[in-house]
Ligand binder design. Structure first.
Ligand SMILES: C[S@@+](CC[C@H](N)C(=O)[O-])C[C@H]1O[C@@H](n2cnc3c(N)ncnc32)[C@H](O)[C@@H]1O
Length: 268
């Protein structure tokens, strides 16, 4: 009898636990979905407030290859930042199909954008989708992706572009949105984007660096490059750094603070 009671209690508590867990997951998912819907509504409203920007963004959102374009809130953020600061030389990592490039070109006044991409297919789509008046402000660079390390940061590999535009600087605004992960010898190569490191000598003091998502990369910059970059803003889907006044004429002179073996969790 006692044995039966214990079994029924166990089965009751098991059921209770399942129901409780089910409810918990249901509520959590509902809250998350509601938050996402509110955010998407808010981003949409912010984008629609600027008709020119909205129509431009829609060109890319309507393209069949739109899977990886910057989000609406990033489009608004980037546009406002560039409008306000009026940089002369923008450097973009990851042209993709050109949504962010077009937004930057719309916001920039007299300046130019140097935009790097490793996929020729993406570049062709970008050149076709970006209106000619904005295209005229863009210097496209097709550059193969690579994995690399720098001697001062031990045991860490970064992804980046093989050829970098060292001659077009100093850059006063940077967008980090590529390269993406790739497959090599059947293995996924998913590394934090590290092009900022070799480009540091060519980035002007006071320049803003907008890192789209890529939290793993942002954590690496915080950990290793604090002398040269300070966090100016941490958003839900982006981190903005500001180049400090610390001079760095040559990459060989790069000083990193924390050289311990440190995998800081590569959620890219
Ligand atoms: C996050 S995406 C860059 C998006 C870009 N900044 C934009 O707003 O359009 C990163 C990389 O994904 C790749 N990519 C983007 N769209 C792609 C597509 N439709 N097909 C294949 N690769 C794509 C490109 O190599 C690109 O550099």
């Amino acid at each position: 009898m006692g044995c039966l009671r214990r079994e029924s209690w166990i089965s009751f508590s098991d059921n209770y636990r399942h129901i409780h867990n089910g409810m918990y997951h249901f509520l959590r998912t509902s809250v998350r979905r509601t938050r996402e819907r509110v955010a998407s509504f808010r981003d949409d409203a912010a984008l629609r407030r600027n008709k020119e920007l909205f129509l431009l963004y829609e060109r890319f959102a309507a393209a069949s290859e739109n899977g990886r374009i910057i989000g609406k809130s990033d489009a608004v953020n980037l546009y406002n930042l560039v409008k306000r600061r009026q940089p002369r030389r923008i450097l973009e990592f990851g042209t993709g199909i050109g949504a962010s490039t077009a937004v930057l070109a719309l916001a920039i006044g007299e300046g130019t954008i140097t935009s790097l991409e490793d996929s020729i297919g993406c570049l062709e789509i970008a050149k076709r989708l970006i209106p000619p008046a904005l295209n005229a402000k863009v210097r496209y660079m097709l550059s193969p992706r690579r994995a690399f390390s720098v001697p001062q940061i031990k045991y860490v590999y970064f992804s980046g572009y093989r050829e970098l535009p060292r001659n077009g600087g100093p850059y006063d605004f940077v967008l980090v949105d590529g390269p993406d992960a790739w497959i090599e010898d059947g293995q996924v190569v998913n590394l934090p984007n590290g092009d900022l490191i070799p480009m540091l000598p060519y980035i002007a003091s006071g320049a803003l660096i907008y890192v789209d998502c890529r939290k793993g990369a942002a954590r690496m910059y915080e950990k290793y490059l604090a002398k040269y970059l300070r966090v100016a803003e941490r958003g839900d889907g982006h981190t903005i750094f500001e180049r400090t006044g610390e001079r760095l004429a040559r990459l060989e002179d790069l000083e990193v603070k924390d050289t311990r073996l440190g995998n800081v969790g590569l959620a890219l």
